[in-house]
Design a protein around this ligand. Structure first.
Ligand SMILES: [Zn+2]
Length: 298
């Protein structure tokens, strides 16, 4: 199980000149009181680092006697990273740093504001994200990443991207005419004639490359039925390769202001606010962490 420091606890950092082993550390550290909000201590010696848990005795003031220490990770299992661009108070940010050193049990991070924190036995909650491009970068994925950078009340999350290139939905050598929703995405279809729905061009024998909302707009302006390649991420998500029990976040062209839960899928509006996205992530984490051994994503 992943261990992070308690959110309202402090981690002290101490340079010592005894071996980074349980016995010598216990002898040294139990000889002095500790601040009452300290539960963990990062101890360093000669460029090496270890992590101990502090077992505090009863105390009423700012300091408590230290009754014992438990070596959680010795120097062979611990690395110390300087990542001044990263907020070490955010579990997902700590896990992103830990991902740089795969296989290491204990990663101590000195992040922004000189704040030091750690993650022990990193095991993020995996949240799959399905989005479409162009435009680049994939907006939903990019915005969820930005939300996670400050999500200090969520457990550590790793976003698993499923980015669908709209061009891959086309036949290998597209011919004829395609109708795109607008010019905004910068999408090209080589070898085919392109028109844009928002310009309401004269009707041609085209294939609409768009979502259900584009289809509805098309039907408003034109009488005849249209061939369509559905680009709605919600529809594409049904074919995403997501292991049973894991959760996926995507967006839908038809949603305007609220999220919806569909089994193990959380769907946000196409133009989701950061509030929507924050809520989508916490919903996804809740679904993913509910004990559900036989859980399957429909
Ligand atoms: Zn949709």
């Amino acid at each position: 199980m992943t261990t992070f420091p308690g959110r309202y606890r402090e981690i002290s950092v101490t340079d010592v000149d005894v071996p980074l082993e349980a016995g010598p550390l216990r002898a040294l550290l139990t000889s002095r009181p500790v601040y009452r909000r300290s539960d963990h201590m990062v101890v360093r010696r000669g460029g090496r680092t270890a992590l101990v848990r502090l077992v505090r005795g009863p105390g009423t003031g700012l300091f408590s006697p230290l009754e014992d220490v438990e070596l959680l990770a010795g120097p062979d299992d611990t690395v110390y990273l300087h990542r001044p661009e990263l907020d070490a108070g955010v579990p997902s940010a700590l896990l992103a740093a830990a991902a740089e050193v795969p296989g290491v049990r204990c990663v101590v991070v000195e992040g922004a504001y000189g704040h030091v924190s750690f993650v022990l036995d990193p095991a993020p909650v995996r949240v799959h994200v399905l989005d479409v491009v162009p435009p680049h970068p994939a907006k939903l994925l990019d915005q969820l990443r930005r939300v996670l950078e400050t999500a200090d009340d969520l457990p550590g999350v790793e976003l698993v991207p499923h980015v669908v290139e709209l061009a891959d939905l086309l036949p290998p050598e597209p011919r004829g005419a395609y109708l795109l929703p607008c010019r905004g995405g910068g999408m090209e279809v080589r070898g085919a004639a392109i028109a844009y729905l928002d310009e309401v061009p004269p009707r041609a024998d085209w294939t609409l490359l768009g979502c259900a909302r584009s289809r509805a707009i098309h039907d408003f302006f034109y009488d005849e039925p249209v061939r369509q390649i559905d680009t709605c991420p919600r529809a594409l998500a049904r074919a995403a390769d997501v292991p049973p029990g894991e959760v996926l976040v995507t967006k839908c062209c038809l949603f305007e202001d609220r999220n919806e839960i569909d089994g193990h899928t959380v769907v946000t509006p196409w133009g989701a606010s950061f509030g929507n996205l924050r809520e989508a992530l916490s919903t996804a984490v809740r679904i993913a962490t509910v004990a559900e051994p036989a859980g399957r994503r429909p």
